[in-house]
Design a protein around this ligand. Structure first.
Ligand SMILES: [Zn+2]
Length: 480
């Protein structure tokens, strides 16, 4: 069969080709004209909007306010925090000319907004009464990518970035963890990605952070996807931007700040956690259409089926379910079935003249190993919310099992290289950056995190044999 007819390259044949085929065939994106840019098409953007709404509600419920800061940042701002500028310099896009003239000071297109928000925080905070200052911004950012991948690494991407200022370390660390827990909840309960939460090793920290916490998901090729990070920035940015306050006793003190972000990368995570050879598999909570009705039949009978589908769709919508009727006349039912499977719609309902006569409807679930089921036309609308919840739970259970099956505790080097070839390894590590680099050079695996729920134990570094540094095993894996 030609590649076009069979849909997408099979996952088992070439995971990366499968992904690249799928994002285009499912009409999520198109490539932008400038290298590394992407056009997010309506179907893909709707997934982002659904995720965004879930996250935004939680950000507000935890006391944060949305604001908007400029896209252009004076280059000098980035230089004020030495580690920050060193970390981001290779990825910066810089505007040197505008309005037909060379600018006096170049402007950086924001790669992240700690610096410009820090400058404003310094203006807005003066007393302990102004704290904590809890801000969030929904925006696009630009990081020049040498090896772009749609959703995973694009030169421009969409995200939210939270930025907060606190009176002391304890409050800032509490905030850092609170937002990581929020990310974990969204990943698990909305995207059905079975993430592991933990602390990044020093070599993997955000540039300028004291501590970086992460949620890591396992993709179906066994690689890790860092899906959200939360940083405790200590006094580093407060010192650089003079974010300070007067405490109760009149003493001037530096604030402790945090930042945290989740991006359109999550859509890549959803694709690679759940998708298969037929296409996308969307968790119902992120599915633009949770249910698609395909009316079947030609001529008068076809028209009757469309009318019955409209009536049914009205009742399904009233039950709070996102439903779509595929009434494209020129296309065969078989084509439509494949099309909605490619687009990952959780539940498909088929409604033909015989079903209408019998008062039934045929249901096919996206991963339906059980085949098609006959349901009552009268009660299906009220049954769908529960069926969708079950599908959502099933996807999370399946992803959790996959992660567990592909994560192994290892002690020897040989066993380690084998484990990170197909999944994740839990291993002791000395914590030395040089040793991490050697592991990466030899296996392409990096420390993903020191998991919060790891058992307390110690042993010899899997690479160099030096005693372990973290009091527990570190998760290693290849990553995106
Ligand atoms: Zn070592």
């Amino acid at each position: 069969m030609a590649a076009d007819e069979r849909g997408v390259t099979p996952q088992s044949e070439n995971f990366s080709a499968w992904y690249n085929d799928l994002v285009v065939k499912a009409q999520l994106v198109d490539r932008g004209p400038a290298k590394g840019t992407m056009v997010i098409r309506p179907y893909g953007y709707r997934i982002w909007e659904l995720l965004q709404a879930e996250l935004d509600r939680r950000i507000k419920d935890t006391g944060h306010d949305n604001a908007y800061f400029p896209l252009f940042i004076p280059e000098s701002y980035l230089r004020r925090e030495a580690e920050h500028v060193a970390g981001f310099a290779p990825e910066l896009a810089v505007v040197t000319h505008a309005g037909g003239k060379q600018l006096e000071e170049p402007l950086v297109v924001r790669p992240t907004s700690e610096t410009i928000i820090g400058e404003m925080m310094a203006k807005w905070v003066s007393s302990y009464r102004d704290l904590p200052l809890l801000l969030n911004q929904w925006a696009n950012v630009v990081r020049w990518e040498l090896r772009p991948r749609v959703f995973l690494r694009t030169t421009e991407f969409l995200w939210q970035e939270g930025h907060t200022a606190h009176a002391d370390e304890a409050d800032a660390r509490r905030e850092t963890r609170l937002m990581l827990d929020t990310y974990e909840e969204v990943a698990r309960d909305i995207a059905a990605i079975a993430v592991v939460t933990g602390e990044k090793t020093p070599g993997e920290r955000f540039a300028g952070a004291v501590s970086t916490q992460t949620i890591e998901g396992m993709m179906r090729d066994g690689k890790a996807l860092q899906s959200g990070t939360s940083h405790y920035l200590g006094e580093n940015f407060a010192r650089a931007f003079d974010i300070a306050y007067t405490d109760v006793s009149g003493e001037r003190k530096l604030c402790h700040t945090t930042s945290w972000g989740m991006s359109t990368r999550m859509i890549g995570g959803v694709i690679m956690t759940h998708g298969d050879d037929k296409g996308l598999v969307l968790p119902p909570r992120l599915a633009p259409y949770q249910v698609v009705i395909v009316p079947i039949g030609r001529g008068e009978k076809g028209e009757a089926a469309v009318a019955a589908a409209r009536e049914l769709a009205g009742r399904i919508k009233a039950a709070g379910v996102r439903v779509h009727i595929d009434d494209r006349l020129q296309l065969s039912p078989g084509f439509k079935f494949n099309d909605w499977e490619m687009k990952g719609v959780p539940i498909r309902l088929e409604l033909g003249p015989r079903d209408i006569e019998a008062g039934t409807v045929l249901m096919a679930k996206r991963l339906g190993a059980e085949g098609k089921q006959t349901l009552s036309l009268e009660t299906v609308a009220q049954d769908l919310p529960k069926l969708l919840d079950e599908f959502q739970d099933y996807l999370l259970a399946r992803a959790t099992r996959f992660r567990e099956d592909n994560t192994v505790g290892v002690d020897g080097w040989e066993h380690f290289t084998e484990a990170v070839g197909t999944g994740w390894a839990r291993a002791f590590h000395c914590g030395e950056a040089k040793c991490e680099d050697e592991i990466k050079a030899a296996t392409a695996a990096t420390p993903r995190c020191v998991p919060f729920d790891g058992v307390s134990e110690s042993g010899a570094c899997v690479r160099c044999g030096t005693p372990s540094a973290y009091g527990k095993r570190v998760i290693f894996g290849r990553s995106y």
